[in-house]
Design a protein around this ligand. Structure first.
Ligand code: G4P
Length: 292
C-alpha cells in the first residue's frame, strides 16, 4: 500500500499559474523544511523554470538544522536559485526574504519597473502565516494601513514590490512513494489518503536509522542504538502502545491508537527537530522512480 492522493483540479491551477508567470520576475516556492523535496510540487518547477526562484524552507524551527543546511546548499548550487530558512511567524527573517527577491532580479525595482513576485506552496506550508507577517510588519512600521493594499491576489508590500498569491490550489503531488509517507506524516494530505499504521511504521523505520538518539530519548525501549536499528518497526510500535497505555480489552495494543500517538509526537516536535529526508536520499528516490 502507499499513500493515495488525487486532489484533482490541477488543470485549472496549471493554466492560471502559466498565465500569471508571464508577468512575474521571481517565484517564491515555500517548502516544508522537514520534507523539502516531498513538499515541492513538480508542476511548479516545470511552469516556472525560466524564472529566478527563491526556495523558502519554512517551519525551520521544527526541522533538523544540520539537514536544513544540506538542503540550502543543494538549492543554492542550482543556477538562478536561492534558498533561505524561515519561521514564517517571525518578522525579521521575512525581511530577508524581500532582500533575497531583490537580489534575484537586480534589473527590477523602482516605480517604473516594480518587482513582481509570485508566492506558491502546497496547503499548510505556511503561506498565509508568511503573508500576514509581511503585511503586519509593514503596517506596524509605517503606521500606514494604506501602504498595504490587497487587490485581488496582489499585495503591495512596497511601492516597487508586488507580491502575487498563487491562483488556484497547488496541491501536493506524490511522485515517489516515500514522499507520500512524508507528506502524510506532516499532515499535508487528507486523512482518508493514508493509513495511520502504515505511515507510523514507515516513520519509525526512518527514524530508527536517522535519529536513533531522539527515538530512544522519547520512548526508551531499553535498547542500544545498534539493537534499535535492527528492531522491526511493528515491535517498536507495539512497545510504544504498551508504554503509553494504548490498549484494547485483553491487554493487546491498539495499533491504530499507537500509530496516532507516534504521528502526533512527530508533528508536535515531541521527539525533537526532525527532517525526514536529505537531498541525496530524495534524488536517489527520483532516480529509482525513473528506472522503475
Ligand atoms: P497555508 O496558508 O500555507 O495553508 O498555511 P498556514 O499559514 O495556515 O499555516 C499552517 C500551519 O502551520 C499553522 O498552524 C501555522 O501556524 C503553522 N506554521 C506556519 N509557518 C510556520 C513556521 O514557520 N513554524 C511553525 N512551527 N509553524 C508554522 P495551525 O496549527 O494550523 O494553526 P495555528 O497553530 O496557527 O492556530
Amino acid at each position: 500500500m502507499s499513500v493515495q492522493w488525487f486532489p484533482g483540479h490541477m488543470h485549472l491551477t496549471r493554466q492560471a499559474i502559466a498565465e500569471r508567470v508571464k508577468s512575474i520576475d521571481v517565484v517564491i516556492e515555500m517548502l516544508d523544511a522537514r520534507l523539502p523535496g516531498s513538499s515541492a510540487n513538480p508542476l511548479l518547477g516545470e511552469l516556472t523554470k525560466k524564472r529566478p526562484s527563491l526556495k523558502v524552507l519554512n517551519k525551520q524551527d521544527l526541522a533538523d538544522p544540520e539537514r536544513t543546511a544540506l538542503w540550502l546548499a543543494h538549492y543554492n548550487a542550482q543556477p538562478g536559485t536561492r534558498a533561505i530558512p524561515l519561521d514564517a511567524g517571525v518578522a525579521a527573517p521575512a525581511r530577508a526574504l524581500i532582500a533575497a527577491c531583490r537580489e534575484l532580479a537586480p534589473n527590477r525595482g523602482g516605480m517604473v519597473k516594480p518587482l513582481r513576485v509570485l508566492i506558491c506552496g502546497i496547503p499548510n506550508v505556511g503561506k498565509s502565516t508568511l503573508i500576514n507577517t509581511l503585511v503586519g510588519k509593514r503596517s506596524a512600521k509605517t503606521g500606514d494601513e494604506a501602504g498595504v493594499t490587497r487587490t485581488e491576489q496582489r499585495l503591495v508590500l512596497a511601492d516597487d514590490f508586488y507580491l502575487y498569491d498563487t491562483p488556484g490550489m497547488l496541491w501536493p503531488r506524490i511522485i515517489v512513494p516515500q514522499s507520500g509517507f512524508h507528506l502524510a506524516a506532516s499532515g499535508a494530505v487528507g486523512r482518508n489518503a493514508y493509513d495511520d499504521q502504515e505511515v507510523a511504521l514507515e516513520l519509525l523505520d526512518n527514524l530508527k536509522l536517522a535519529y536513533p538518539a531522539l527515538l530512544l530519548a522519547r520512548y526508551g525501549f531499553g535498547l542500544t542504538a545498534e539493537a534499535l536499528a535492527q528492531a522491526p518497526a511493528e515491535e517498536l510500535l507495539d512497545a510504544i502502545g504498551r508504554q503509553r497505555g494504548a490498549l484494547v480489552s485483553g491487554g493487546r495494543v491498539d495499533a491504530q491508537k499507537a500509530a496516532e500517538l507516534v504521528i502526533g509526537d512527530f508533528r508536535a516536535t515531541l521527539m525533537g527537530r526532525i527532517t525526514l529526508e536529505t537531498p541525496e536520499q530524495y534524488l536517489q528516490w527520483l532516480r529509482a522512480g525513473q528506472v522503475a
